[in-house]
Design a protein around this ligand. Structure first.
Ligand SMILES: [Zn+2]
Length: 59
């Protein structure tokens, strides 16, 4: 399971998915819709993945 917690102040949105690609699509939609990032680049998504995504073992 991959979980994203938005680090943006006063946001703290959380998403979770078994598929990281699906999760990162949700993250891209989130930053575009909520944080007005019109073009979520791989650089931005890579940064968010490194800082805000946690992965836990599926059982
Ligand atoms: Zn957010």
């Amino acid at each position: 399971m991959h979980e994203f917690t938005c680090a943006h102040q006063e946001c703290s949105s959380q998403f979770a998915s078994h598929d990281k690609a699906t999760l990162m699509k949700q993250v891209a939609d989130h930053v575009r819709d909520v944080h007005n990032v019109q073009v979520p680049t791989q650089t931005i998504l890579g940064y968010l993945e490194a800082t805000s995504v946690t992965t836990t073992e599926d059982r």
